[in-house]
Write a protein that binds this ligand. Sequence first.
Ligand code: GLN
Length: 197
Amino acid sequence: MVRPRVGVLALQGNVREHAAMLESLGAAAVAVKSPDDLSRVDGLVLPGGESTAIDRLARVLGVRGPIVAAIAGGLPVFGTCAGMILLADRIDGGAAGQRTFGGIDATVRRNAFGRQADSFEADVDVAALGGAPVRAAFIRAPAAVEAGPNVTVLATVRGMAIAVERGPLLATAFHPEHTGESRFHARFLDRVRAAAR
Ligand code: GLN
């Protein structure tokens, strides 16, 4: 497949930077707001934003069930920040009634770096990507504090996992799309191309 169609869940949050990054890597980026939109993509990005709002809107708009089913069916999904929370099977510090889509056997803690370090940037080594460290922007970022045996931890900060992978699912606690870091999106697009073949 030459030009995969990749959806960016566009209910709330940072949609535009992801779309630009995906387009720069040769994908066609499309906004996903409905089950119909979802049915026409080869992969899906869950952006940063507010995981509680995305969860609520996804249910109201009837897109939650189809996303959960698509993940179970092997759709490649890449979640950043709030999107990492949404991809986790378990949530620590969720709002009352907050749910995730799930898919990655891990517990993700909201605002894991606390109030003092609400937002920060750091250079993070990610061996799986090779080359230079990743310049990562953390904005009220989550982190995985526990993960099952099928989950690969790609990077840690302060002893917590900030990039994880499980099959075609990839999640980062930070925002690579904010710092011009394209290697995670490229890795995700490899999964998209492989799954759509
Ligand atoms: N703290 C936010 C949440 O719980 C995530 C922050 C972000 O996506 N930048 O949803």
